[in-house]
Design a protein around this ligand. Structure first.
Ligand code: PRX
Length: 655
């Protein structure tokens, strides 16, 4: 496909973003809006290496199940590795890994390709074939990244599970995706504390029948006694290290699933979001190129765990597809001290720093109370761009990040996106979009975002409504694994016409600038420290504690550090506990939720009552619970409430 001529003049300005302004952005966005398929086709040819060219950009004949770049064939690992090596850039550093204990290891593109090939050969030998699902239950590490690329190399579908998820979550995902193989490690280290990942996998495999799992492949980091089951369990040492470091990539169709990533929705069951190889990779590369105004000399550090979409798109696929150097870090921002992030930026000369508002908020508190660990004590002059994602950033945190980390000279980009969108969809472009604290500004070119009411009609600027994306874009998730119906109903609801992508967030646009501000989720999804968590998921975990819990309801409340905090309202099987007993039971319940989902899901507040506030028809009145959780006076109409006395109980007994 030939390049659309109108686009050409603008290829220059985005690369030279600091020189040109909003007018150019508007021109390219308008062009992309009117010629959407051509815009993406042009970018796909510019940024990806194709084994077989695609014939059409978009096939929307079965909307909302869109297909992009049909008849094209490619391989994501080839795009992220081989082509840079073939172009003579194999000696460039691909990954700089810093372990929790400070040890540093660097890998060039040639070395990362070799490692990827070795793992790919091991997977093949262990019976993994194109289309098989492979779970990667590893923390941020060279092995995690090489394993993801190894899956992509042989056409297997990877699904990374965040190392903070526990046994039941791992088991549920194994069963849902019918995983064939699990890659894990004996331990992961975070904040000086080991988590025995392999032991969690062992336990998960005992929770119920998992006949799909043929092997567990373990990275051995310690000589600790990890139990191995003969026939099933194998190690990197035995199976990966002896392998050849070459492995031909398997060319896959554009639409071939690259990965599944489970995320929370409004029902109790996390959903396996499925991304397609070409469309996802393209958006990852294009947004890295433009939003980060990529330069070959960059050292990009996306601090997100590899178990989240931000880790996938901006610590791996986007930057590696462009041939950049990535900083990756195993640990946490506060260990061994709260200057750790700044120390890493200084030590490795990070130029693009992409993190989460929650990390910034917690560091403000710690750094301001211990000035030795304050960013001003570190040389952060290598930074040229800073960015955040995952949750709203409040203006005070924005300002601190901008002034103290960015030195008042680096653009600070508040980027909005989701697991389902594959990459950034609302974001400033550096030097192009005037920045406003608290706003993710404008859509990325090619993203047709707007704010509508419940009928799908666009609302005027200044009026809050639902955030939708009107036209498909290549990185839109293709489906929910095994549940196409749920995909259609959740994201393309009939009341909006059935073709608009419903993000699940509310938004409002500024009357003067058209800038978007996200007002928060419109469903029962909470955002705790940037982690998505369904209230139903936590409720299900609580009521599964059948010895104690009769009923539970969960809502969110604002929290200064974590953004939102989980508040649980619990009715016990026995009598309502006295305060001391309440403390003990609350701890037990928190531990139970931690074991069922993971520590991030532990409710911050637990309140006990004899019953939940319900209407006479038995519906839980969550808006009342929200008011109690926020410690606001109850001003709502409670005339339909069956049992008003219990409001008082919940208001008083909190642990
Ligand atoms: O509520 C929005 C919030 O995070 C959700 C998506 O979470 P997840 O699928 O984990 O993807 C994270 C990728 C960054 C959204 O529905 N969110 C994400 N970015 C922002 C945000 N809320 C406000 N401002 C943002 N910049």
């Amino acid at each position: 496909m030939s390049a659309p001529t109108l686009y050409q003049p603008y290829a220059h300005f985005v690369k030279q973003a600091n020189l040109r302004g909003l007018e150019d952005y508007q021109a390219i966005s308008q062009w992309a809006q009117e010629n959407s398929a051509d815009f993406w086709a042009f970018q796909a040819n510019r940024l990806l290496s194709w084994q077989r060219p695609f014939a059409t950009a978009l096939n929307d004949s079965q909307a909302p199940f869109f297909k992009w770049f049909e008849e094209g064939q490619l391989n994501a690992s080839f795009n992220c590795l081989d082509r840079h090596v073939l172009a003579g850039r194999g000696g460039k550093t691909a990954l700089i890994f810093e372990a929790d204990n400070g040890q540093v290891k660097k890998l060039t593109y040639t070395q990362l390709l070799a490692k990827t090939c070795q793992i790919a050969n091991a997977l093949k030998q262990l019976g993994v074939e194109k289309g098989d699902r492979v779970i990667i239950y590893l923390s941020v590490s060279i092995e995690a990244i090489a394993s993801m690329l190894a899956c992509a190399r042989i056409g297997a579908i990877h699904s990374v599970i965040f190392g903070g998820f526990s046994t039941t979550s791992v088991y549920d995902r194994i069963v849902d995706m019918q995983a064939k193989l699990i890659i894990t490690a004996d331990v992961q280290m975070r904040g000086g504390k080991p988590t025995k990942l392999k032991a969690i996998v062992d336990e998960a495999l005992l929770l119920g029948p998992c006949p799909s799992v043929k092997h567990v492949l373990t990275v051995e980091r310690t000589s600790d006694t990890t139990s191995y089951q003969a026939g099933r369990d194998v190690t990197f040492k035995e199976w990966v290290e002896p392998q050849k470091d070459q492995c031909d990539p398997v060319w896959v169709d554009s639409e071939h699933p690259l990965f599944l990533l489970y995320t929370s929705g409004s029902t109790g069951k996390p959903k396996g979001i499925q991304h397609a190889t070409a469309g996802y990779l393209l958006h990852a590369a294009l947004t890295t190129d433009w939003t980060f105004d990529y330069k070959p000399s960059d050292i990009i550090w996306t601090t997100a765990d590899i178990g989240w979409i931000t880790g996938h798109t901006y610590a791996l696929y986007g930057p590696l597809c462009l041939g950049s150097t990535q900083m990756i870090f195993e640990g946490i921002p506060t260990y061994p001290h709260s200057g750790r992030f700044w120390e890493i930026i200084q030590r490795h000369k990070v130029s693009v720093f992409y993190t989460a508002p929650t990390a910034i908020r917690s560091l403000i508190k710690l750094n301001e109370s211990n000035l030795d660990e304050h960013p001003k004590n570190y040389d952060l002059s290598s930074l040229r761009l800073i960015a955040c994602a995952g949750e709203p950033i409040n203006p005070a945190a924005w300002e601190w990040f901008y002034q103290h980390v960015g030195g008042g000279r680096c653009p600070l980009l508040d980027t909005f996106w989701q697991t389902e969108t594959g990459g950034q969809v609302l974001t400033p472009l550096p030097g192009v979009t005037p920045l406003v604290a608290g706003s993710c500004t404008l859509p990325f070119p090619g993203i047709d975002a707007c704010v509508v009411d419940e009928t799908g009609a666009e609302v005027p600027h200044g009026v809050a409504g639902l955030l939708v994306i009107k036209k498909p874009w290549p990185a839109l998730a293709r489906t929910i694994w095994g549940d196409a119906e749920r995909y259609k109903n959740s994201y393309f609801p009939d009341n909006l016409g059935g073709t608009y992508y419903l993000a699940g967030d509310g938004a409002v646009r500024d009357p003067a600038t058209g800038y978007f501000t996200i007002t928060g989720r419109i469903d029962d999804v909470l955002n705790v420290s940037g982690h998505r968590m369904g209230t139903m998921e936590v409720e299900s975990a609580l009521v599964s504690c059948t010895d104690w819990v009769a009923e539970a309801a969960v809502v969110g409340r604002p929290d200064e550090t974590t953004g939102e905090a989980i508040c649980a309202f619990v009715v016990l099987k026995g009598a309502r506990p006295e305060p001391q007993e309440a403390e003990r039971i609350a701890k037990l319940l928190r531990d139970h939720v931690g074991k069922m989902i993971g520590p991030i899901a532990k409710p911050k507040d637990i309140r006990f009552g004899d019953n939940l506030p319900k209407t006479r028809s038995g519906k839980i009145m969550r808006r009342l619970l929200r008011s109690i959780a926020r410690e606001e006076p109850i001003t709502q109409d409670i005339s339909t409430l069956e049992n008003p006395a219990i409001l008082q109980q919940f208001q008083t007994l909190r642990t």
